[in-house]
Design a protein around this ligand. Structure first.
Ligand SMILES: [Zn+2]
Length: 492
């Protein structure tokens, strides 16, 4: 029996609820993944990081977690899920590539960006295109339930009929009466019986290049279907957590619920979790607004709206400085503030490794661990975890600067808290510049060597050499600080 005090905000009940898994010791979680027709942007980074924290924390609590995050590589239509053009197929025609070539290209780049952000890979990353057979079987069963109909080779979910038996709109809180009273006359050609109905299977038009055979037509599955199908395939008819961005709540997740209930006769998901959106300088991100910044552009600083490059860890830290259900607004000022804060955190972490124990402590770290757990247990309140770590850093700096003392036990406790919460749970890489600890060692040794030469020069009153070393290091971005234990350096 795994003890936990973890509470999560369930969008379905609009309350924070104690987390109780369906199967003792195990957690099944599903998160809507990217549509791979373009480069990853901030809108991809936030859910990926939010649910990475959830994945990491559940594992830390001792659960065996199966984390499924899908790859949407078919049938994601623009605007209206029914009348749009398949985005992947469109891009493929524009660039004269095979659709799967486009998918592979952007998926590789997505994985690279996720690795840079230190987002752990999910346990299973199923492709919609690899589960066409399962999706067809799923549609058959919904047809058997009576909540869908075939119309000119396509299959539609019958929303008004479903809503007579089950509440449609319960997740998003949409006014369904309003939605259903929208009897805007469908023109004679329309295949849908009602505007609220959504496609489970869509007959492909001749120019549509991604299509598969089915009992109804040569076509492709509706977008909402893949998540219901693959979630159930890998996590079962009932599983613990389904996550995604708030923008997916309606219609996507509402449709997923309706499909699952029609398919199984009951709800599939126990906790629905949604991360809030990201704005840029107060505006929604959009290609047409010119403020659409890809992750690569952030990492290289190559977008006109950016003053400079921002490291993946700065982006990650910035996202974690806000609670996942709050909005986040990206601006150069805010990112620079995060960059500074992260720098202070990493410098403190480095100084923590160098603390020398005393026989007694003048600092109190007894509450630190509990406070960090309480913050994480409170619906993953990462900004409070970070605030607690900064409080602890003050103690580290006091000890390091000789203004306070700490026993070995207290130093060990501080190290445990930073390694657990900063490194393992928040997933912040503590190495500099994203390099591995091994790669950084010779570099650190070289700077230490320079400072040794400088102190020898000082001892010999060779001020011109010692000043030269200090000034040249400063020009390269190093700060050198003389302490009673010798010189210390940090890279700004
Ligand atoms: Zn989904």
């Amino acid at each position: 029996m795994i003890e936990n005090n973890f509470t999560i905000y369930n969008t379905l009940t609009r309350t924070k609820q104690a987390f109780v898994p369906i199967h003792e010791g195990k957690v099944g979680m599903y998160v809507c993944g990217p549509t791979v027709y373009g480069d990853g942007h901030l809108g991809h980074a936030r859910p990926a990081i939010t649910f990475d924290i959830l994945f990491r924390y559940l594992r830390h609590l001792g659960y065996k977690v199966r984390y499924v995050r899908n790859i949407t590589d078919v049938g994601h239509l623009e605007h209206d899920a029914d009348e749009g053009e398949d985005k992947i197929a469109k891009k493929a025609r524009i660039e004269q590539l095979e659709p799967m070539e486009v998918v592979q290209h952007y998926l590789t780049r997505y994985h690279k960006a996720m690795e840079a952000l230190n987002v752990l890979p999910p346990s299973i990353e199923p492709h919609a295109s690899g589960h066409i057979i399962e999706q067809i079987e799923y549609v058959k069963k919904i047809l058997d339930s009576g909540y869908a109909y075939v119309s000119d080779g396509s299959v539609y979910f019958d929303v008004p009929k479903y809503n007579r038996d089950h509440p449609y709109g319960k997740l998003s809180g949409r006014n369904v009466d309003e939605l259903l009273s929208n009897t805007r006359a469908l023109d004679g050609q329309a295949e849908k019986h009602h505007p609220a109905d959504f496609a489970l299977w869509k007959k492909a038009s001749p120019e549509h290049i991604m299509h598969w055979p089915s009992p109804w037509s040569e076509g492709f599955p509706g977008w909402h279907l893949e998540c219901s199908t693959m979630g159930e395939k890998y996590l079962g008819e009932s599983f613990d957590i389904h996550g995604g961005g708030m923008d997916l709540m309606f219609p996507h997740h509402e449709c997923e619920i309706a499909q699952s209930v029609a398919h199984n006769g009951h709800d599939t998901v126990r906790y629905w979790m949604h991360n809030n959106m990201i704005t840029i300088n107060g505006k929604k991100m959009g290609k047409s607004l010119g403020n659409f910044i890809t992750l690569d552009e952030f990492f290289t600083g190559s977008h006109p709206l950016l003053d400079q490059a921002y490291s993946p860890m700065t982006i990650r830290f910035f996202i974690l400085q806000a609670h996942y259900r709050g909005t986040v607004d990206f601006s150069n000022e805010a990112l620079k503030a995060s960059e500074k804060a992260l720098g202070r955190m990493l410098e403190g972490y480095r100084r923590l490794q160098e603390l020398k124990p005393s026989a007694e402590s003048t600092i109190d770290v007894s509450d630190l661990r509990r406070k960090c757990y309480e913050a994480m247990d409170d619906d993953m309140n990462t900004p409070v975890v970070i605030a607690n770590l900064f409080d602890a850093l003050r103690l580290v700096n006091q000890v390091k600067d000789g203004h306070a003392k700490a026993t070995q036990a207290d130093i060990d406790e501080l190290k445990w808290v930073f390694d657990t919460f900063l490194v393992d749970i928040l997933g912040v890489r503590t190495e500099m510049a994203g390099d591995s600890a091994e790669a950084i060692k010779p570099f650190e040794g070289a700077v230490d060597l320079l400072l040794d030469v400088r102190s020898k020069a000082k001892a010999a009153k060779d001020w011109s050499t010692s000043d030269l070393i200090r000034d040249r290091l400063a020009a390269l971005g190093f700060t050198v600080k003389d302490t009673k234990d010798g010189a210390e350096w940090s890279l700004n």
